[in-house]
Design a protein around this ligand. Structure first.
Ligand code: GUN
Ligand code: FE
Length: 448
C-alpha cells in the first residue's frame, strides 16, 4: 500500500460560485489533511481527524502554509506546437500556414514526437496541469507517443490524432479512410488504457472534406462516449472560408451539426463570433465552448463573450484553456489572468472564486470527468497541486496586505505562474519535485 498524507490549506469546489462571497460553492480547510492511498484520495478534512484515520506508517508531507487544490485541467492544447509558441504571425490562417503546418510535419518522425511528448508532460506538470485535452499531429505515431508518455506519467489525458485531408501541405494530409482507420486503431490501442481517453479530432471544417467530416461523424456515432474536439468561429477569415467550403450549411456551427459532431462530449475551441442561432445550437446540444484567452489575444482573433454565452435561457457550457501554441502560456494561472482582462474589455467580470472553479471542477465537468478529477472528494484520483501565493518577492510583498481567500486567489491568478506551483501529485505520486532530479527532458536531443 502506498499512502501519503498532505497537510496544508485545502480548497476544493462543490459548485460554480454565484458571487465572490458564495461560501457554499467551495470547501476550505485552514489546517487540512489530505490522505491519498494507492493513487486515490482516501480522506480529506481537518488535519487532526484525517491523521487519526491514516495508517501508522503513512508518509507525511507538510505543505503549510500553502494551498492544496485539485490539479488544473487544460481542455484545449496542441502538443506538437511546443516549437510554434511565440511565432510572429498576423492572424490565424497565416499563423497556421507559415508556422504551424510546417512544424507539425516534423511529427512524422517518431523520435521527434517522443522527445516533444516528454517535454510536453514536463511542462504541464511544472505548471500544475494534471489533465489536458490535447491535439496531436495528423500522424498516428504522434498520438502513440503522447499516450505512451501519459502511461509513463500516470496522468489522465484526452488526446486524438488530428484529422485533416485538405487545405494543408501534402505531408500533413490524411484521407477520410486513413483518418477513420487510424482513429479506430488508437481507440483499440489506447482508450481506457491507464487513464487515457481517445478523442475524435477533426482539426476544423477548413481542413476536412465532407467525406472526412462524415468519417468523424461515423466515429462519433460508433463511440458516443468519446470526446470530439475541434475549432469553431475563431477568426473572421476562417469563418468566411468555411462558409465558402460549406455553402449548404446555415452557418459555421451548422457544418458540425450536419455531421453529428455536436453534443455533450464536444469541445469547441474559441466560439468567439457566434450568432444567436449558433449559440442556441451549442446550448441545446450541450456542447462546450472553450475559451482560449491568451490565444485569442495573441492571434488578434477577438473577445470571447462569456456573459452572452453563459447568460442565455439555456446557458452554453463553458471551459477555459491555453490553446498552446496559439496560446502563449502553459499556465492556467496566466490563462485566467488574460481571461479576466478579455472580460474586463467587455464590461464583464470573472470573480476569483469562479476562476479557480473553472480551472478545476468547472473544466472537469466540461469534460464529463468530475467523478474522477477536479475535486478533493474521497474516491477520486489523487491529482493534487500545492500553490504558493508568496512564490516571488513581488508576490510575497503583495501577500502582506491580503486578508481573504478570494484576494489570495486573485493574487495567484494575476501574478502567478509555474513558480507558484510548489508541488504536483499525479495519482498520489509527487511529480514536480522529481522532474529535475530524474533528468527527464534534459534537452539532449533524442529524448529520454
Ligand atoms: N484552427 C485550426 N487549427 C488550429 C490550431 O492549431 N490552433 C488554433 N488556435 N486554431 C486552429
Ligand atoms: Fe487550438
Amino acid at each position: 500500500m502506498n499512502a501519503i498524507l498532505l497537510r496544508g490549506r485545502l480548497l476544493s469546489f462543490v459548485d460554480r460560485p454565484a458571487a465572490i462571497d458564495d461560501a457554499r460553492s467551495y470547501r476550505y480547510e485552514s489546517d487540512g489533511g489530505l490522505l491519498m492511498v494507492d493513487g486515490r484520495i482516501a480522506a480529506s478534512g481537518p488535519y487532526a481527524s484525517v491523521k487519526a484515520s491514516s495508517p501508522a506508517d503513512v508518509e507525511e508531507v507538510d505543505h503549510r502554509p500553502h494551498l492544496i487544490l485539485p490539479g488544473f485541467i487544460d481542455p484545449h492544447v496542441h502538443f506538437p506546437q511546443m516549437q510554434v509558441i511565440a511565432s510572429y504571425a498576423g492572424s490565424l490562417l497565416e499563423w497556421l500556414n507559415t508556422y504551424t503546418f510546417v512544424e507539425e510535419q516534423r511529427f512524422a518522425d517518431q523520435d521527434h514526437a517522443g522527445r516533444i511528448a516528454s517535454a510536453f508532460f514536463d511542462e504541464l506538470i511544472r505548471h500544475g496541469t494534471t489533465t489536458a485535452a490535447a491535439y496531436c499531429s495528423v500522424h498516428k505515431a504522434s498520438a502513440d507517443a503522447f499516450f505512451a508518455e501519459s502511461m509513463r506519467r500516470g496522468t489522465c489525458m484526452i488526446a486524438g490524432k488530428v484529422m485533416m485531408d485538405r487545405n494543408a501541405p501534402d505531408a500533413l494530409r490524411d484521407t477520410a479512410e486513413s483518418a477513420y482507420d487510424e482513429t479506430r486503431a488508437l481507440i483499440a490501442e489506447w482508450h481506457g488504457k491507464g487513464r487515457n481517453h481517445v478523442a475524435i479530432t477533426p482539426r476544423f471544417a477548413i481542413t476536412s472534406s465532407r467525406e472526412e467530416m462524415e468519417a468523424a461523424g461515423a466515429l462519433a456515432r460508433e463511440f458516443p462516449h468519446l470526446h470530439v474536439q475541434t475549432h469553431l468561429s475563431e477568426n473572421a477569415a476562417e469563418i468566411a472560408f468555411t462558409r465558402e467550403l460549406y455553402p449548404e450549411a446555415a452557418d459555421y456551427t451548422d457544418v458540425y451539426a450536419r455531421f453529428g459532431l455536436l453534443g455533450p462530449k464536444s469541445l469547441l475551441g474559441h466560439c468567439i463570433h457566434l450568432s444567436d442561432r449558433e449559440a442556441d445550437a451549442l446550448a441545446e446540444s450541450g456542447s462546450v465552448a472553450v475559451f482560449c484567452p491568451t490565444s485569442n489575444l495573441f492571434l488578434g482573433s477577438g473577445l470571447f463573450d462569456h456573459a452572452r454565452l453563459s447568460g442565455r435561457p439555456t446557458p452554453v457550457r463553458i471551459a477555459i484553456a491555453t490553446d498552446v501554441g496559439g496560446g502563449t502560456s502553459y499556465s492556467m494561472l496566466r490563462t485566467l489572468d488574460e481571461g479576466y482582462k478579455v472580460l474586463q474589455l467587455q464590461g464583464q467580470r470573472l470573480n476569483p472564486l469562479e476562476s479557480f472553479y473553472r480551472i478545476t471542477l468547472g473544466n472537469a465537468r466540461a469534460l464529463g470527468l468530475e467523478g474522477s478529477i477536479g475535486t478533493l472528494n474521497t474516491g477520486t484520483d489523487g491529482d493534487v497541486i500545492v500553490l504558493d501565493a508568496s512564490a516571488t518577492p513581488a508576490m510575497r510583498l503583495r501577500m502582506e496586505t491580503v486578508a481573504t481567500l478570494a484576494e489570495e486567489l486573485f493574487l495567484l491568478q494575476t501574478m502567478g505562474d509555474d513558480r507558484a506551483v510548489s508541488e504536483v501529485y499525479v495519482a498520489g505520486n509527487a511529480a514536480k519535485s522529481v522532474l529535475a532530479t530524474n533528468g527527464i527532458n534534459n534537452g539532449s536531443g533524442t529524448g529520454r
